[in-house]
Ligand binder design. Sequence first.
Ligand SMILES: Cc1cc2nc3c(=O)[nH]c(=O)nc-3n(C[C@H](O)[C@H](O)[C@H](O)COP(=O)(O)OP(=O)(O)OC[C@H]3O[C@@H](n4cnc5c(N)ncnc54)[C@H](O)[C@@H]3O)c2cc1C
Length: 360
Amino acid sequence: MSSACVVGAGVFGASLARELAVRDWDVTLVEQHSPGTVRSASGGDTRLLRAAHGDAEWYTASAVRARELWLDLEQSTRTRIWEGVGLAWFARRAGGFESTSIPVLERLGVAHEWLEPDDARDLFPSLAADDLHGVLYEPDAGVLHARRATQLLVADGERHGVTYQGARVDPGDDPPGDVVVWACGAWLPRLFPEHVAIEVSRRDVFFLGGDRAWQGAPGFVDYDGGFYGHGDVAGLGIKIAPDSANDTIDPDTLDRLPSPHWEEQARSYAAQRFPSLARAPVLGGRVCQYDLSPDTHFVVDRHPEHDRWWLVGGGSGHSFKHGPALAEYLADCIEGKREREPFHALGARAGDAGLRTGSD
Ligand SMILES: Cc1cc2nc3c(=O)[nH]c(=O)nc-3n(C[C@H](O)[C@H](O)[C@H](O)COP(=O)(O)OP(=O)(O)OC[C@H]3O[C@@H](n4cnc5c(N)ncnc54)[C@H](O)[C@@H]3O)c2cc1C
């Protein structure tokens, strides 16, 4: 039996550890804090799952596969991790990210609908749509309970034989195992500064209190406006999250208190886009971090000097949804059944694929 040490129990590490155990590997999963810690990007309350990724077909296919796997996990563990509320893309112009996504959705047979702004108003209890060119609606998209799903992956991995260990591991420790996978999220660039060009920057999210009509309202992405969120899910409130450039931070020392500046931005966006939320109270907020690769493609590659080490990360604010599908892909690469994609390689990156939910 081959053995693997997976460092980091975020969605990447936890999914991979479970996948390798299902494939009969002897797996140890090591985490410095706890699975789903709110210091990790996977420890947020909720994450959107959408199929549209502009013309980046690999990611659309991966999101579709991941959705199947998340639903399987929900069913086999009888634990609710999925809210199938759909998702609306607010397109501010013709020829933007939304229209570019449509041919790929069509090619892959992903359900979607293009709505005129007036026809989209019924999707939400209140929606200001006069500035919109149209709305791309994905009925099969939705919201994952992210922290719960991450912890579930670890627990289910243990049921499949994963050994979980609480510890901080450094490259100098040279962990044992036929394969070592460093799935360390925002900590990856610090562990491998010579190989990984990832910027770690802060993101604040807010939950607003609306009336009952917001329960079950869809997720949304205002790509050119730099905001995303969802209706009231599981009593958390309505999520309004700015997705614009922000300060670089240290994930260990950051005080995770929401910033008044971003709170004001979220309140004012909510008032403008969803008029009935103009006076809605803020119920809570969270501060998390993106580990941004220069082009928003993930990093999945062998370490150039240690053949049995893999570096995995660069989730770039959009990787949660892919977790279990990415694990299948990476496990195939590790087992030599598939080549890693060229756009996941370590080293210099050019351009910006624009795969997160904001365009700036
Ligand atoms: C505010 C916000 C909103 C987002 N929204 C979405 C969304 O709607 N949809 C979506 O798909 N994605 C979204 N994302 C992105 C997604 O959450 C992340 O890309 C994903 O969770 C990254 O997972 P990860 O496993 O790579 O990293 P992490 O979740 O950060 O996990 C890394 C883990 O490694 C551990 N670790 C690090 N170093 C060591 C070490 N040396 N030894 C032991 N353990 C170590 C850490 O403690 C941590 O638990 C969002 C992210 C943020 C911050």
